[in-house]
Design a protein around this ligand. Structure first.
Ligand code: PMV
Length: 349
């Protein structure tokens, strides 16, 4: 492909206070604000993009498989939406070739939509030569996947829920650079790589059927502010409790939806119990677990507590892999050598 290829790398984030439920499903507008930690490149997505007048239509390869834009899934349609938004910004009509790959050590099971959505948005903007602000990138990434709005930035990131119907005030902002509390880490426990039965998108839409959900909305909004205070004070004892309670509250809301949704596994519950045991033995919160819309458990702690957490986890049988991640910087450009657009993928003619 002769046209300029932009290749970017980006990473997932782990929500410390979670986004669950939307006021607009098409635009991914949340009912509550959320806060997360962007991961370093231990787990990452790489995405190459090139726009060309010679392409008859948009082409999208994800993890080696071509995606169908015409009869696509909800997620594919959201990628298309981001693509159209970016074309609008650039004032062009050229079609795009997108090749994206997730590099997650044990494969599957970790939310790739945040990493994928943010990396794609960043790569699209660079391929078009646009110098967009984080706010604009976040608004576009949000439309691919809500949690992707937070992965366009590094360190600790807050996604303001916003109130406007068009979503122009619903975007993420960095609260703390990764250097503010570099000791804060995430220990990812891989439990299962199986595809979840209920997508997060379906889950968000079921949230209003829960009786507990109404109470969650104002609670989560306050929990975000309390998490910011705890991080500002580098107070793990306070932060770990906020993180665990918010995860449990979200999973209680999921179970209370109708039909009920259960993402957590028995192994996840065993890890929860182990962390409570560890914290009780230490006389303070030295770690906090959290579960997203999937089976894997993530543990928020600080570097000096890592060995204690690892010893506790050793007593839980069945965890497939344990990966420690630091805070990351958000997406960045890679060099031309890293392009994933290989000649065999480009249509002839
Ligand atoms: O971005 P989505 O639609 O995959 O939703 C993600 C929801 C959670 O991961 C459960 C919470 C969050 O804030 O990341």
């Amino acid at each position: 492909m002769e046209e300029e290829v932009a290749t970017a790398i980006g990473t997932p984030n782990i929500a410390l206070v979670k986004y669950w439920g939307r006021r607009d499903s098409a635009l991914n507008l949340p009912t509550n604000s959320s806060i997360s930690m962007t991961m370093d490149e231990t787990l990452c997505t790489k995405t190459s993009v090139a726009f060309s007048k010679n392409l008859p239509e948009d082409i999208f390869y994800l993890n080696g498989e071509i995606q169908d834009f015409r009869h696509g899934t909800e997620k594919t349609m959201k990628v298309k939406r981001a693509l159209d938004e970016m074309r609008k910004f650039a004032g062009i009509r050229a079609k795009a070739m997108i090749v994206s790959k997730n590099f997650f050590p044990t494969g599957g099971g970790i939310a790739s939509s945040a990493s994928g959505g943010a990396t794609l948005t960043f790569a699209l903007s660079k391929a078009l030569g646009l110098n967009l602000k984080a706010k604009e990138l976040s608004i576009v990434a949000r439309q691919v996947s809500g949690s992707a709005s937070r992965s366009v930035l590094g360190g600790i990131v807050k996604w303001n829920r916003g109130k406007k119907r068009d979503g122009s005030d619903s975007y993420a902002e960095q609260v703390f650079d990764k250097s503010y509390w570099p000791d804060l880490i995430d220990i990812v426990c891989m439990i299962s790589g199986e595809k979840k039965k209920v997508s997060s998108s379906e889950g968000h839409d079921l949230a209003p059927t829960s009786i507990l959900y109404k109470a969650r909305i104002p609670y989560a909004e306050k929990a975000v502010e309390r998490a910011i205070t705890a991080i500002r004070q580098r107070d793990l004892n306070a932060l770990a409790e906020i993180v665990m309670r918010d995860s449990n509250n979200m999973h209680a809301t999921m179970l209370d939806s109708w039909p009920p949704i259960i993402y957590m596994t028995d192994l996840g519950k065993e890890i929860m119990a182990k962390i409570h045991e560890l914290n009780a033995a230490e006389g303070e919160m030295v770690a906090g677990y959290t579960h997203d819309a999937g089976p894997n458990t993530q543990i928020i702690t600080i570097k000096s507590n890592r060995n204690k957490v690892m010893s506790a986890l050793k007593e839980v049988k069945g965890i497939k892999d344990i990966i420690t991640v630091n805070q990351g910087d958000g997406p960045r450009l890679l060099s031309a050598r890293d392009s994933l657009i290989t000649p065999d993928l480009v249509p002839k003619g």
